[in-house]
Design a protein around this ligand. Sequence first.
Ligand code: 5GP
Length: 206
Amino acid sequence: MTKQNEQKGGKLIVFSAPSGSGKTTIVRHLLGVKELNLEFSVSATSRAPRGEEKHGIDYYFLSLEDFKRKMKADEFLEWEEVYRDNFYGTLYSEVERIWAMGKNVIFDIDVVGGLRIKKKYRERTLAVFVKPPSVEELKIRLKKRSTESEEKINIRIAKASVEMATAPRFDFIIENDNLEHALEEAEKLVAEHIAKPIFSDVREEE
Ligand code: 5GP
């Protein structure tokens, strides 16, 4: 996705939402729909692996130092300090890897990163916000997941309220109060976007 080849390649599909909203379930479902020809964009992060997470599958786990070096070298399509000293970002090389497979890229990323990708590649990107039924429900889901401490869960919940306010800036909002409906809607939106031709792909600089 360098200046020379950015007209080539497939579509970019972004799913952003507060963590615990169910977006990961939706993204996993879409990856199983063969006709959509999607491949998951593995993000880089400076946070430590949790539970069974594997390098190169869930994330590219980098040291903080390595992450910052790549930032300086302009290797990221977007990056964000999602939580203090916990950086997350999408490497250009990841998108290139997927396009080289002839596939479309699907992202499961934070709202700021999602909107950045949309801003850079307006036409080829579909940006979908997944809205949890309520902040209360979000709390219950995060607690059920129980991979993190109470303090970390509270940080995520505080962030969720801020993130909810960005929803209107996305192309579509999916309300995830009924998972079956949310999956159907997501599949339809992605199929329609993939079928659309790209006329011009002007990259808007920030
Ligand atoms: P977690 O630590 O739960 O895996 O992820 C924390 C947050 O970082 C989530 O909201 C997730 O969507 C976001 N995130 C994951 N990868 C990226 C990325 O490449 N860029 C940005 N901006 N956010 C990301």
